[in-house]
Design a protein around this ligand. Sequence first.
Ligand SMILES: *[C@@H]1O[C@H](CO)[C@@H](O)[C@H](O)[C@H]1NC(C)=O
Ligand SMILES: *[C@@H]1O[C@H](CO)[C@@H](O)[C@H](O)[C@H]1NC(C)=O
Ligand SMILES: *[C@@H]1O[C@H](CO)[C@@H](O)[C@H](O)[C@H]1NC(C)=O
Ligand SMILES: *[C@@H]1O[C@H](CO)[C@@H](O)[C@H](O)[C@H]1NC(C)=O
Ligand SMILES: *[C@@H]1O[C@H](CO)[C@@H](O)[C@H](O)[C@H]1NC(C)=O
Ligand SMILES: *[C@@H]1O[C@H](CO)[C@@H](O)[C@H](O)[C@H]1NC(C)=O
Ligand SMILES: *[C@@H]1O[C@H](CO)[C@@H](O)[C@H](O)[C@H]1NC(C)=O
Ligand SMILES: *[C@@H]1O[C@H](CO)[C@@H](O)[C@H](O)[C@H]1NC(C)=O
Ligand SMILES: *[C@@H]1O[C@H](CO)[C@@H](O)[C@H](O)[C@H]1NC(C)=O
Length: 736
Amino acid sequence: MALVMWMFTIISMLLSFSVMADESSRKLSLQTYLVRVNLPKGGALADPSDRKSWYQSFLSSSDRLVYSYRHVASGFAAKLSPEEAKEMEKIEGFVSARPQKRFSLHTTHTPNFLGLNMNMGVWNGTNYGEGVIIGVLDTGITPNHPSFDGADMPQPPAKWKGKCEFTGTACNNKLIGARNFIGGETGPPVDDEGHGTHTASTAAGNFVSGAGLFGMANGTAVGIAPRAHLAMYKVCAEACFETDILAAMDAAIDDGVDVLSLSLGGASVDFYADGIAIGAFAATQKGILVSASAGNAGPISSSLSNEAPWILTVGASTIDRNIVATAVLGNSAKYDGESLFQPSDFPSDKLLPLVDAGAGGNETAALCGPGALAELDVKGKIVLCQRGGGIARIDKGQTVKDAGGAAMILMNDELNAYNTIADPHVLPATHVSFDAGEKIRSYANSSSSPTASIIFKGTVIGNPLAPSVASFSSRGPNTASPGILKPDILGPGVSILAAWPVSVDNYTNEVAPFNMISGTSMSCPHLSGVAALLKSAHPDWSPAAIKSAIMTTATQANLGGKPIVDETSLPADIFAIGAGHVNPSSANDPGLLYDLQPEDYIPYLCGLNYTDEEVHAIVQEPVSCTNVTSIAEGQLNYPSMVVELPNDDSEQSFTRTVRNVGEGNSRYQSVIDFHGAAPIGISVDAELWFSDVNQTKTYQIHFFRHGDTNLTYAEGSLIWKSANRAVRMPISIKFV
Ligand SMILES: *[C@@H]1O[C@H](CO)[C@@H](O)[C@H](O)[C@H]1NC(C)=O
Ligand SMILES: *[C@@H]1O[C@H](CO)[C@@H](O)[C@H](O)[C@H]1NC(C)=O
Ligand SMILES: *[C@@H]1O[C@H](CO)[C@@H](O)[C@H](O)[C@H]1NC(C)=O
Ligand SMILES: *[C@@H]1O[C@H](CO)[C@@H](O)[C@H](O)[C@H]1NC(C)=O
Ligand SMILES: *[C@@H]1O[C@H](CO)[C@@H](O)[C@H](O)[C@H]1NC(C)=O
Ligand SMILES: *[C@@H]1O[C@H](CO)[C@@H](O)[C@H](O)[C@H]1NC(C)=O
Ligand SMILES: *[C@@H]1O[C@H](CO)[C@@H](O)[C@H](O)[C@H]1NC(C)=O
Ligand SMILES: *[C@@H]1O[C@H](CO)[C@@H](O)[C@H](O)[C@H]1NC(C)=O
Ligand SMILES: *[C@@H]1O[C@H](CO)[C@@H](O)[C@H](O)[C@H]1NC(C)=O
């Protein structure tokens, strides 16, 4: 439960922040409300100042208006007391008002120091993302960082209307915009945290050669779309607030971004009550792809953020690099683990006495919290501690160090199983799996004088188990819309090196402008970068077309050619990997596309049984669902499919339309691929033939059930195969 406890810590930290904020404003007891209103009858209010005056007319005083929205809502943000909000209901044109929500960043752990080259293969074919603008909503940015050097960058496209709120030369042809949307704050969007600098450079950082850190892992650091432009919208400080996020999206739409990257989110909620979903819909209407992190609440089921079908929802996976530290026992057994702190002067060839802090079943001591080793003699010994209990992994090492221990073996908790992390420990240490930890404990218990040591092996590239699903990566099923499969895709999100304001090595006091952190916050900007590459190569593709290209070409195998595993080392399920792991070069040439236009979501939203008013809140135009032919979620032309099969002989049928973006005269054969024995029958056309480029074909797929089963779910795919392409749609089946 370590990770869950950790998340809880962050959440309670945010709550205590909000309590403080509330106290300071208690005199007025004002909160920021999100208010929706109708525009005056007959008045289009195209002019922003007319809109602002109309919004002001709902307020008692002009200093209450915080944001006046244009694209993302017909409405505004204002500081109100609950009484004032209630009073406002009487005003003609009022629709709704509610206090804004709070969201959090999707990162999981502390700063690390090590290096990595990112090198994706499709740069040539996509011109490195040239001409595309990625807007990043985050904690701000560190201007003048080498990753944001604009010297060799072309000018931004003529459509760009954004602003730079830094002074002097901080903005350039790489960082073309930088704005501050922290409610009430003015001044440049400086990144005091590091998160925004990291995510922005991951998406589109320029090449920085000699980026090695502290003498290790030398190489060139670079983002996924190195010729794309960046615009930072600062929306997060201690937390990220909904009205700020909406204001930033409103501005980004106006400014002319092509891709929006949001490494933040909240708990699942209906789309009409979710500021991110609403802002993302407005962006989608303007042809902007929105890539957002899936959340760090895994491996628990239904723990997703950002579930709307118009968002690209990104889970996190490991990369093929480990920072290996091997535990060696007195009985010669060896267990590979990880640590970023790899002291060269540690006497690895000398076995030290081994102490299991949890020997005799003392669960408090086992967790190595502060003072927990007081009753044990650990001086000069190597101590086995257990992950979890809400105690940070690095702090456990501090406990061992304070008690005079020489080294630590940190074993995983059962939930995180095989998912280990290379932390900058404060003493020689290794983080091993739960399985290895159990074996080490049993050796410690069974030997009269157990001993152990640690061998530091440095950076090892080529782990055949990569990519694997990170234990923290949030999982489906989708709560807000169970008929849409989420997450959509996996991208690298564990131990990612990217730009940072400044990292300090506490051992050498060296500083570096890079850091290594983990989270779906890190995987999201990888996909934002891939989307920028595709947009550069295919400017006419819609956001849904780009998503389709990414999803239908994803891979389900790891480097070893086996199915992608999760933290348990067993094959990951469809609710962990979605379509699979991103494969940028295949995505650039997908063959077929499942496309959607913004208006296609209206029958889907009506099919979710939202009221007309709720649909209106999302699509920003009056909708009468009785006048719309509603569709079930599964009928949306999405590149994945969720099927519910009742235990009767009814048939479930779905329609999909694909467009040929390969060559003319292309022939695709259907292949149904379901693993495991499930009592299902599936039928679909044997073949699709396209005489021309851009031709569309509509097909139906039918599912039926034959017999009882103890399974709750089955999973597989429909693949359209041509001579040189495979267009794969993942399918989840739920037996009801
Ligand atoms: C790079 O792209 C150009 C034009 O798109 C193409 O002619 C060339 O063959 C490509 N080079 C490589 C190495 O793929
Ligand atoms: C990495 O670069 C640093 C600084 O240039 C150098 O001192 C160090 O020896 C290099 N390390 C390796 C492993 O090449
Ligand atoms: C050590 O082994 C003994 C005997 O098998 C067992 O009773 C005890 O619970 C074990 N202690 C630990 C800490 O595993
Ligand atoms: C378990 O360890 C804690 C921390 O050292 C100690 O306070 C406590 O007395 C121990 N409990 C038992 C039953 O030994
Ligand atoms: C370095 O020390 C500072 C100050 O004590 C601390 O905040 C930071 O977490 C340390 N860094 C690492 C990587 O341990
Ligand atoms: C919407 O309501 C209809 C009729 O009650 C029901 O059949 C359908 O399952 C509902 N859809 C959702 C997504 O709840
Ligand atoms: C629904 O359609 C009917 C017939 O076209 C039209 O008269 C009515 O105004 C529409 N209702 C709404 C709410 O748009
Ligand atoms: C396909 O459609 C796109 C977008 O409408 C267009 O740019 C392209 O020229 C078309 N290609 C062919 C071969 O018709
Ligand atoms: C379901 O599980 C029960 C109990 O384990 C077993 O007896 C039965 O054969 C199973 N049914 C099927 C269809 O697998």
